[in-house]
Design a protein. Structure first.
Length: 495
């Protein structure tokens, strides 16, 4: 490490956010432009270069975190970029979107604030693009083998890039009109501006990856016929079958899934629409679901000018410190976290009746009621205990002109036809079954990412893409030099 005493002399300092009143008036990223680089060298110096760096184990990509922390502290950005890209195809994505389980596993976090690993990662990635440290890496020669990747989310893109660089001819099929999957239409612009995605796609095109947007495999192209055209197929369609809210009034107009709402807001930012048909402007909004997708809906509704926004979380409000008995270090703890969207909602008091910022904790939806025209007008909820049992005398109502369901995802969407056309086997969870080599029951067809693992984090998605690429390369050539950071049955650290 560059400074052996850095963790003792330097306090944790994160990338500062723009003032709330400024950032909610636009869709740009929430952070102060240019404010990260001046502080990041000293923050990287806080890394202790532990004998056993648990941050490696907390991250499924196996990122070489102490190495690139030390290189940043020494101002060697090229070498830092090389070490970062050795394990992660898209660090500018993870540096913005990942909840950073690596920081929960930081040894310093045992009794101090963790190293700002996520910020260091983002700084390296952005500096690498600015300095030209990320040129296209086309293969020296082609293998003559072809691969179809279905889905252009982080898993599909990582698999495609690894296989292209290994010399295979890869085509990525995407049902939407633009590439990127949830990173394109599910992640709001204020969390990641889409120019970060565009430049990666241009890099991949220059390396030789082919893209087929607006092509829904299973509908526009028969999945079984596609299998006959390629030597191997990778299914990376994600977990797009959303969870429902089975309560009276679900059928009312104005009740929508989060993934019906968020893509329209992103299309406004893309210039496709002047205004979203589901805009929250002037409406009382209630978001059912306390996760990251719900927070994305919250920040979006605030920017659209909602009259009020409340987010319901069925879990009790967590504490600010790790519970060492139930979630000991280095597991990822459930603690009270203040995302940019929650900070905005709290500052603007979008939900005066909320427990904290815009959130109502330990709240379960009972029913929705509407007006004579069949439009939702109120959400009725009840407080629950730790076993989700209703507490007597706690029923209350919230005004609601727009209700957004952010309850997570179950697995791949059977409606696209891929599973049935290929005859794929599903596991008891409804995700695509696969063996220890990521292979499905259909020869030459592999499954990776949320479609097979179930809903997970972006770092797990990229790790799956890298690992399935190694499996496909081995299937096509009999061996591989591609890294496989995880196996299909690996899971996050837990107790």
């Amino acid at each position: 490490m560059a400074d052996p005493k850095g963790f003792m002399t330097t306090p944790r300092q994160e990338w500062p956010r723009r003032p709330v009143g400024e950032r909610v008036r636009d869709w740009n990223e929430v952070y102060v432009p240019g404010a990260l680089l001046p502080i990041i060298g000293r923050q990287a110096d806080r890394c202790m270069d532990c004998g056993v760096p648990f941050c490696h184990h907390a991250c499924p990509l196996g990122n070489l975190i102490p190495e690139w922390n030390d290189l940043v502290a020494r101002d060697d950005w090229r070498a830092a970029a090389d070490r970062l890209h050795a394990t992660n195809n898209f660090p500018e994505f993870t540096g913005r979107l990942c909840p950073a389980p690596c920081e929960a596993g930081c040894v310093l976090a045992i009794n101090q604030p963790a190293v700002t690993i996520k910020n260091v990662e983002c700084a390296i990635a952005d500096r690498a693009w600015e300095e030209g440290f990320t040129p296209p890496c086309p293969p020296d020669r082609l293998s003559g083998r072809t691969v179809a990747v279905i889905g252009s989310g982080p898993t599909g893109l990582a698999a495609a890039q690894q296989l292209t660089r290994a010399g295979h001819t890869v085509a990525v099929y995407e049902r939407d009109d633009r590439l990127g999957g949830l990173m394109r239409y599910g992640i709001p612009e204020f969390k990641m501006e889409k120019h970060h995605l565009e430049r990666r796609l241009e890099q991949m095109r220059a390396e030789g990856t082919k893209f087929r947007a607006s092509t829904a495999v299973g509908r526009d192209v028969d999945a079984a016929e596609l299998r006959t055209r390629y030597d191997a197929v990778v299914i990376a369609t994600g977990a797009t079958a959303w969870r429902e809210l089975p309560v009276p009034g679900r059928e009312l107009a104005g009740v929508h899934q989060a993934m019906e709402y968020l893509p329209l807001a992103n299309r406004v930012c893309e210039g496709d629409l002047e205004t979203s048909p589901l805009s929250a402007a002037g409406k009382h909004v209630v978001i059912v679901g306390g996760g990251d997708t719900g927070a994305d809906c919250l920040g979006t509704a605030v920017r659209e000018g909602a009259a009020s926004v409340t987010q319901l979380d069925i879990y009790a409000q967590p504490g600010t410190e790790r519970d060492e008995d139930t979630e000991p270090w280095p597991t990822y703890p459930r603690i009270y976290r203040l995302s940019a969207a929650h900070e905005e909602a709290g500052t603007l008091r979008t939900a005066p009746a909320a427990d904290a910022d815009a959130r109502l904790f330990a709240a379960s939806t009972l029913r929705l009621t509407g007006d004579a025209d069949g439009r939702v007008r109120a959400l009725h909820l009840v407080e629950v205990d730790a076993q989700r049992r209703p507490l007597p005398g706690t029923v209350r109502s919230l005004p609601a002109d727009l209700v957004l369901l952010a309850l997570g995802f179950l697995g791949p969407d059977r409606g696209d036809g891929i599973v049935d056309q290929l005859g794929l086997t599903l596991d008891p969870r409804g995700t695509i079954a696969r063996d220890a080599g990521f292979a499905t029951n259909v020869p030459g067809v592999f499954a990776a990412g949320d479609a097979a693992r179930g809903q997970s984090l972006i770092v797990w998605a990229i790790a799956e893409g890298r690992a399935v690429a190694a499996a496909v390369d081995r299937y096509l050539t009999g061996g591989t030099r591609l890294p496989a950071p995880i196996g299909p049955y690996d899971r996050p650290m837990g107790v």
